[in-house]
Design a protein around this ligand. Structure first.
Ligand code: AMP
Length: 285
């Protein structure tokens, strides 16, 4: 595995592989890699000949009071993991090339229709930051496919829409959520939790999601009641709930009780972390 830092090096290496007819897979990340990221790498390897992973903690997607400075940066460990998992190229991007005139002076990409809800409500500018950096990384790497985790369901929906609307020549694949044995979705931010928060409280988020799903599958149609119950359970477990929304998986708008496919999106604060999770399912008719 080669590690490079500049746009020119990525373009040169990937360009040569593309000319040789190889299919390029791409996995953008912010590093501090865990099993969730590796699921994405495996998925890329299944359908591609040459896999590129980027690591870049993107300042544009962090709010002024968020954890940009303290976000875990573990480059050497990440490099080893990627090498062990057969990645071909690691692009460790640098801010002087991604935002040469500062992130606020850069051209921005935003998918407004999917932005002002769920995480976009709590984190203004977050998805604009993500869409901007992902669009730029796509132009640098020029992958045939790119893999994103369903863990960040709103992000995946936004990327799909950006690619479709802007006719970007890349196929987007979603990878299912990797979980710890307790059910807790793997996340770099789980490292902010104490062992007790991580082992005993955090798994309640996924439990609330599965309970709501099971209630819907058993015929419950009062989504507002489910939402209130979930908030109460989250609070009881020790979370400060942020949102718990039962939605249409395409529009991310509140679902009506007769829709077949549903996604429940949830977020809550626990200790020093803000955790998100979701569950996607179909109702049989
Ligand atoms: P991040 O480094 O947190 O920006 O995540 C990079 C990519 O990994 C995104 O596409 C995430 O959705 C994905 N990802 C993060 N955690 C998980 C997980 N537990 N399961 C599946 N994908 C994940």
């Amino acid at each position: 595995m080669q590690t490079v830092h500049s746009i020119a090096e990525v373009q040169d290496i990937v360009g040569t592989r593309k000319s040789a007819g190889l299919r390029i897979g791409f996995v953008p990340t912010m590093g501090n890699l865990h099993g969730g990221h590796l699921t994405l790498v495996e998925k890329a390897k299944q359908s591609c000949d040459f896999v590129v992973v980027s690591i870049y903690v993107n300042p544009l997607q962090f709010g002024p009071n968020e954890d940009y400075d303290s976000y875990p940066r573990t480059m050497e460990q990440d490099q080893q993991l990627l090498m062990d998992h057969g990645v071909d190229l690691l692009y460790a991007a640098s801010t002087h090339e991604i935002y040469p005139e500062g992130s606020e002076n850069h051209t921005h990409v935003s998918v407004d229709i999917l932005d002002g809800m769920h995480c976009g409500n709590t984190r203004p500018g977050f998805f604009r930051g993500i869409a901007t950096v992902v669009a730029k990384l796509f132009n640098i790497v020029r992958p045939d496919i790119a893999v994103f985790g369903e863990k960040d369901f709103q992000q995946l929906t936004i990327i799909r829409k950006m690619v479709q609307d802007m006719v970007m020549p890349v196929e987007i694949l979603g990878a299912s959520i990797a979980r710890e044995p307790t059910g807790l979705a793997m996340s770099s931010r789980n490292g902010y939790l104490t062992p007790q928060e991580r082992g005993e409280i955090a798994p309640a988020l996924y439990r609330c999601l599965t309970q709501a799903r099971d209630a819907i599958l058993a015929g419950e149609t009062d989504f507002d009641l489910l939402r209130r119950n979930a908030f109460a359970h989250m609070a009881q477990a020790g979370f400060k709930p942020d949102y718990f929304n039962i939605c249409n998986p395409q529009t991310l708008l509140p679902a009506t009780h007769n829709e077949q496919s549903l996604v429940i999106l949830a977020a809550g604060y626990l200790g020093k972390a803000r955790l998100i999770d979701n569950i996607y399912f179909n109702r049989s008719s």
